[in-house]
Each structure stands twice: as structure tokens, then as C-alpha cells.
Design a protein around this ligand. Sequence first.
Ligand code: ADP
Length: 504
Amino acid sequence: MTIRLRLTLWYTALLGITLILFSVTVYSALAANLRYQLEQSAALQARNIAAAVAQQFQGDVLVFRSRAGNVFFPQVELFASSVGAQLLDTEGNVLKRSENLGDILIPHHTETMARINAGLDDRYYYISSDGAAFLVYTVPLFVNNQLMGAVQIIQPVTTALTALTQVNRYLILGTTISIVLAAIVGAFLARRALAPIDTITETANAITRAHDLSKRIDIRDNASEVGRLAATFNAMLDRIQQLFQAQERLIGDVSHELRTPLTTIQGNIELLQRMAAAPHGNNNLSHAEVAELLQESLNEVKAESERMNKMISDLLLLAQADSGALQIQMAPVEMDTLLLDVYRQTRRLVEHYKGRPDALEVRLGSEDQALVRGDRERLRQVLINLAENAVKYTPEGGVITFSLENREGWVRISVSDTGIGISEEQQAAIFERFYRTDKARSREMGGSGLGLSIAQRIAQAHNGKITVVSQLNQGSTFTLWLPEWQEAPSEAPINLKNTVIAGT
Ligand code: ADP
């Protein structure tokens, strides 16, 4: 059953029950009140007549019976209303009737006479054969404390009962119309209130059918619960779309990045195959030359395989960081000692990338003492990455400066170079996966564009960050910011899951 139908039914049922209870109460109260009024007035009249009749007799039962036909019914005559009166003896025989009773005959009612003989009032409602209704009210008639008979008031109540029936009809009609209206209005209101949910369903369906994540729900009423649901749904779609696009970009980038080394490996394998087919073919190469060519080819295959291996490890690390599977062990780390290590290692990097150790000058700037809470090896990885980039993107003769400042609760480790620099537009993008300002140059240096993404991830996992200040052809300064650690060490592992990196 739909929520709309359920709401409508509930609404209608509640209103229906309320109205029915209200109608029944009103009708019962009205009917009881009406009967009470009628009976009270009949009783009063009957007693008045009984008193008047009693005054007209002093004698005994026999005198009463013989002269009863001549008694005078003062009240009845006075009002000349439709209310009639009868004088009965103790057996219920009619001794006198008021003239206005005409031909209305009230049959003998044994129960009434039983009550009268017991000295009690009696009342009942009599419906004549032609449908006219009467209230028959009988009181005992005492003369000198002796029961002589009874005075009976016969009051037509058809009009009163008809009015009551009319009220009943109106109440039933009103209640029915109200319930039908309530059902219609309820259905309309439920439809209106739930319309945005239909829109949400339709949008979700449209997205599923068309594979189009760009669709959004048109929100008209931000304040309502459903409006907020729609807004949340839209926000969720934004996020999913972003993730989806990032995923697509990543798959595109990964396949592209893996294709290049694979092409090189394939080319070399084909060369090796040709050489294997005709080791001394028509190429006029000496043994030594063939051996050298083989070696070159194999070296290239090895280098490209290593590149691929490194790229896959880096991607795995990023994927683990995304899924929260990557954990790092926190412990106190003396950053000044670590920086000194990296400083020494950078000299070897210069030799590796530039061919000789003095191709770049590596300096140590300010070196405060600083303790942070973190994973020493991961932090070393970050600093080596920054140092390696500085070496790679600084031409010979340049200067690389390391410095460590500990101020206002932040430990800042900077790696400055006098290299090629990064334009302002590209500075945010370099932290994205696979982003490189110059692909060819980066590749030449063995880079894949993942280093800074990983470094930023690790920094964020330490509640820190990496910032860059750079000017094209002037140089760059990368700074790793880490919160200074002052308290007692704790070995609790921390999780990379909730960290967010620019561009991921
Ligand atoms: P890569 O493996 O290409 O070095 P990174 O993620 O470490 O990947 O760096 C991304 C890009 O940022 C590099 O390709 C380069 O264009 C730019 N970059 C990083 N460090 C520097 C630097 N010190 N000077 C100039 N450009 C840099």
C-alpha cells in the first residue's frame, strides 16, 4: 500500500470516527433532553388535572365512578392544545375523555394499570396505526388518600420525533459528506506533500536509465522535510558525480600511464625477437655490438618494468589511503634529526640525477629543534619526495635549501629550490594524481605524477599539510606543516580514511 493511500485512509478514518462520535453524542443528548422536557410537562399537567379532579369529589369510589363523566378538565380546556386527557378507573376503563382527543383511542395498557395500582407514574410512547406518535403519561388519582383511578395525558409527539429524525438525517448526511470531502482533501494534501518524493524517485530512475549523473532534483521548498531530503539527495549526487569523474579520470590516467612503459617494453621485446631469429643476420654487427644492443634493450625493459612496479605500488598506497586500509604508527619523531638525514641523502640524489654531486648546491638554513607525533618512515618519504622534486626540477648550478622552523605550535620544514618554478594556475593541480606541468620532462626523470598526491595524503594523516610558493623560472618552496608535539607519546595507530586531498 502506498504511503499516500495510507495517509489518506488514516486521515479519513480519524476524521470519520471523530465526526461519528460527535454526531452520536449530539443526537443522544438532544433526544434525551427532548423526552425529558416532554415528560416533565406531561407529568405537571397530569398532576394539575389530578388535583383539580380530586377537588371535585369528596365521596367514595362509587360516587366517583357514577359522576366521573361530568368532571371538568380545567388545564386541558384552558390550553385548548392538542394535549388530551383521560380519566381512568383503577381497572383502566375510560371514565371521561377531553374533547380535543376526538377519535384518538389509546388501547388498554396492562402495565400502566399495574404501576398505577402500585401508586406510581407511568409513561410510554404509543404509535397509532396511521403512524402518529403519542406520549402517554399516567398519574394515579387519589381522593382522601384513596386510589380512585388515574389521570392520563396523551400528547402528540410526532412533530418532535420528526424533528429529531430530521436532525439525525442531517447528522448522517453531514458526517458522510465530511468523510468523503476529508478523503478527497486528504488524498490531495498527501499527493502535494509527497510529490517531491515522486520527483526524487523519477530523478533517480532517470539517472539509472540514462546513466546521467548530472541530473538534479528541482527543489522548491527548502524548509520542508522532503525539501531537505531532496537537497541531501542532490548533495549526494554532486559527491557521487565528483567521485565518478575522479574514478574515470583515474582509470584514463592509469591506462595511459601504463601504456607508455608497455609500448617501450613491447618495442624492445620485438627487437630482441628479431635478433634471436637472426643473431648474425644481415646487420653486419659484431659480436660485441650485438651484446651491447641486447644489454641496452634489456636495461630498458628492466627500467620500464621498475617504473610500472613503482607506479602500481604508489596507486595501491593511494587506494589504501582512500579506503582507510592504510594505517600509520604514531610515535615521537625528532624532525631536526630526520631533516639532517634527508639533507645528506639529497647529495646522493644530486649525483644520481645530475651525474655529479656538485651539480647543485645543497644548503641547510635555519634549523630549530622540533618534535612531532608521526610515522618516521612516512615523514622521511614525504621529505625525500620534496627533495627529489627539487633536484629534478632545478637546473645545474642551482641551490636547494632545507630549513626547519618551530613557531606557534607548527613545525614547518621547507625545501626551496631555484629551479623552473610552477605557474600560479598549476600550483593547486600539482597535488592531483598524475598531474605534471611538463609530462615529458617528468617522465624523463622517472616521475609519474603521484609523488605529491601521496606526500599530501601522508601530511594530512599527520594533521598537517603541504603548501607551495613558487614563481616560474625563479624557483619553488614546498613547506610541510606539522603540529608540534608536546604531550606524552601514544602509540595509537591513526587512519588515513578521513583525510581529503586537493583534487582527489
Ligand atoms: P613527478 O613524479 O612528476 O615528480 P610529483 O607529484 O612529485 O610527480 O609532482 C607533480 C608535478 O609537480 C611535477 O611533474 C612537476 O611538474 C611539478 N613539481 C613538483 N615539484 C616541483 C619543483 N620543485 N619545481 C618545479 N615543479 C615541480
